[in-house]
Design a protein around this ligand. Sequence first.
Ligand code: ADP
Ligand code: ZN
Ligand code: ZN
Length: 682
Amino acid sequence: MQVAIDAPRHAGLASTLDYLHDGALEPGSLVRVPLGRREVAGIVWRGAAAARQPGTVLRPVAQRLDAIGSLAAPWMALVEFAASYYQRSVGEVALAALPAELRRLHAAQLAARVRRSQRGAAASANAAAPAVANAVLTDEQASALAAVDEAAQQPRAVPLLLHGVTGSGKTEVYLQASERVLARGRQALLLVPEINLTPQLLARVVQRFPSRRVVAMHSALTPAQRLQAWLVAHAGEADLVLGTRLAVFASLPRLGLVVVDEEHDASYKQQEGARYSARDLAVYRGHLEHVPVVLGSATPSLETWQHARSGRYRRLPLERRIGGATLPRVQLFDMGSLPRATGQPPPALAPPVLEALRQCRDRGEQSLVFLNRRGYAPVLQCVDCGWKSECPNCSAWRVFHKLDRTLRCHHCGLTEHVPRACPSCGNLDIQPLGRGTEKLAEQLAAELPTARVARLDADTTRGRGVLEQTLGAMHAGEVDILVGTQMVTKGHDFRRITLVVAVNPDTALFSSDFRAGERQFALLMQAAGRAGRDPCQSAGSQMWVQTWHPQHPLFAALRRHDYALFAERLLAERRAASLPPFSHMALLRAEARDAAAAATFLRSAAQLAAALPEADGVVVYPPVPLAVPRVANIERMQMVAESASRARLQRFLGAWLPPLHQLRGQVKGLARWAVDVDPLAI
Ligand code: ADP
Ligand code: ZN
Ligand code: ZN
């Protein structure tokens, strides 16, 4: 019988192999099989056995992991789709979708874990507290909920886009839709971006369904916890699974609803291995299993927006904030209007912005200051000879972190103490250039000494529990000003923020990545959405944007909180330039010790493509270096293949990639290559 094992397509090994077993094993059964001298986990795959080669002696299946039931046909169909669409092997995708522990344990060990998990279930089931009551839905929320119900009755319902401004009660709709699904004896899958899976959201869900089994699935779980959550879901005991992108592959025998919150969020795209979009797979899964899919966002991705415009998705608008709360007034500060003392850098915060922060603090309200750059300063410079804190391994500067006086490369991680003198000329005067969140928080604390300033970014949240602590302090009102990277802008339901400041959102306006504008707009809309969520305080709430380019159309749309206006504009540009969603792309990326090897591989790949009949209707662009070409001494280049037709691009990739596996061995110095279908960053 055919058994899927974890073998990437390029390993030279088929990802399903033929094994013997006394008696039939159901497709989807978990087994352990010999592979060379090892024993590996596998899944009995459906379909007839491959034609047996004369003379090969098949080896028997070593063990059946019979403590758990087999994986269902729709789960296998989802894996097959993902493997084929993202150009990976079935075995690789299937095994990567299982918790690592499940791949490691032998039958007896797994049986013991399953027994323990069942005992845990019995203990937690009677810990029921009274449920937190449902909110009385607004008319908009009620129609959205009715549409989800309606979709649940239809075998072929279109995906639903819950397009609701920040604070319009989208989460409440997810919860009540889940409640109905649970009442029908089905399971709900709620996907959220990585950063949104805070204890607050989990607590909100658990409080709403105290007598139900809610499990979380995300990358911060220990391997044992991950296995436990997976087993509970697979056994059909979990009623609601709340998880990040990997949860889209959860085994859910009674699935009744899929929700993707903040569907535009880039963290739904896996960035290695099979580079899948969990959002897109969620839509496909709903289609396979005939269950409604709800994509929620205040700022949908242009792909989703275009589907809603064309009628492939149904848009459910929530145009008003709950309780009559208003969106903040957006004001632009033109940094060019500041008088400049010669030779002096402009101040971090313009006087009216600083004044607004002071007043907010004096009213006892909270504010949020957002700067998308962490560390103290992005570069150190010698004032004498011009030396800069370059990373020896990357084409990037190393960032100055003041707290531990280090220079850290944010690309390869190289960390060293700040030199006492300039390494090049010995001068003692080396100065930080520019500003990151660490410096901004320090300056704010100096300017507003009575304010309690906290910082939230990848540096401050490295320790376990720190993110939760800072968010908790913010919710408890123990912080006046929260400074941070985009981490602070997403999802959080802070009740007391009335002022949001965006410090330097300009770099994205002129990026070479065609999606930069879309991302930046979503980010600023999300940031604005953190202010004035409490209806009692929302009237005076405001957002300040400090920019050198106040005329940019992005800001005009932001001031009006008009997502549709900006989306229409971007779509028109994309249509004119034949860019997604009006075309489909795949990236071929090559990494090598020297750029020439990477370029050679890509150029040979382009020659191969040109000879393929399947390349008809597909354009393959010349290789270009990445925005940061060298990371950890590896040069990175990429090449775009584009087609107006998704199906053509798929056919082309199917014909193009197999010969590339052979080509790989012929290019000396090539470290690795990968394909990214529907890439998010170009
Ligand atoms: P979103 O997910 O759109 O940002 P939430 O669902 O978090 O919005 O709702 C914002 C706030 O309003 C939350 O505190 C939520 O409890 C509350 N809320 C949501 N719907 C209602 C309602 N119909 N009546 C009263 N409060 C509501
Ligand atoms: Zn120097
Ligand atoms: Zn580096």
